[in-house]
Write a protein that binds this ligand. Structure first.
Ligand SMILES: Nc1ncnc2c1ncn2[C@@H]1O[C@H](COP(=O)(O)OP(=O)(O)O)[C@@H](O)[C@H]1O
Ligand SMILES: [Mg+2]
Length: 227
């Protein structure tokens, strides 16, 4: 594994058993993500995109195979170590955005900076920059419940970026958006790589969204067995 490899997945397989039915995901999937890569994980609904993101984020265990992040085998790390890795090195946007509903948009983004001990002036400057970058300056004083779905996604991404993570994990950032909103979001996603220089793993079931990535990893349909 070269030094610039941030995520390395080898021979991954994960099974879930629901009653009599066992569903096996990933079929021995292998891929690497290097520094500066923008990888699109594609596959239709139910192929395991969210599960893969959870595994890479250390929120779910790999079944068979190896998943290394920053050179460390995730199955060998305890939950505290995994939580620290997420907090310091990863920016996550999951399908439930996890915004704090009684804080404003500005405060939601600023929270991460506050927790990492950034000074007020630095926080103000960076939050202002992020609001501009995502085109949500006029939403700064609103709270999440009054945002549209697409706006909430942008706030979630701004917050993920605020912690200056080494890698961004974006689970379907363009999912459930109307075409005009997707049109607005695609250049923003490109900018995460070109302007902010982030390494990104993005899941999507949109072929159009996938084309903005520089590499694609395709998830096959799961195999299903009945006992
Ligand atoms: N915790 C779980 N327990 C049982 N089955 C699960 C669990 N998580 C995911 N699955 C199953 O794994 C499959 C893939 O789910 P998911 O990762 O959400 O796919 P995608 O994000 O590609 O739509 C689905 O069939 C889902 O029902
Ligand atoms: Mg999903």
């Amino acid at each position: 594994m070269s030094d610039s490899t941030i995520v390395s997945v080898e021979g991954l397989q994960k099974s879930f058993r629901n009653g009599q039915v066992t569903i096996s995901l990933f079929n021995g999937l292998s891929f690497n993500v290097r520094e500066g890569d923008f990888v699109a994980v594609t596959g239709s609904s139910g192929t395991g995109k969210t599960t893969l993101m959870n595994i890479i984020a250390g929120l779910d265990m790999p079944g068979k195979g190896s998943v290394k992040v920053f050179g460390k085998e995730l199955s060998s790390l305890g939950s505290r170590h995994l939580a620290a890795m997420r907090a310091h090195s990863m920016g996550l946007l999951f399908q439930t955005f996890g915004l704090v509903n009684d804080l404003t948009v500005k405060e939601n983004i600023e929270l991460t900076l506050y927790l990492s001990g950034k000074k007020k002036a630095v926080r103000e400057r960076y939050v202002h920059e992020l609001l501009q970058f995502f085109g949500i300056q006029d939403k700064a004083q609103l709270t999440p419940p009054s945002l549209s779905f697409g706006e909430a996604k942008k706030v979630g991404m701004a917050r993920a970026l605020a912690s200056e993570p080494e890698i961004l994990l974006l689970d379907e950032p363009t999912g459930n958006l109307d075409p005009p909103s997707v049109n607005v979001l695609l250049p923003i996603l490109r900018g995460l790589r070109h302007i902010y220089g982030k390494t990104i793993i993005m899941t999507t079931n949109s072929l159009r969204a996938a084309t903005i990535a520089n590499r694609q990893v395709h998830l096959e349909r799961p195999t299903i067995r009945t006992a």
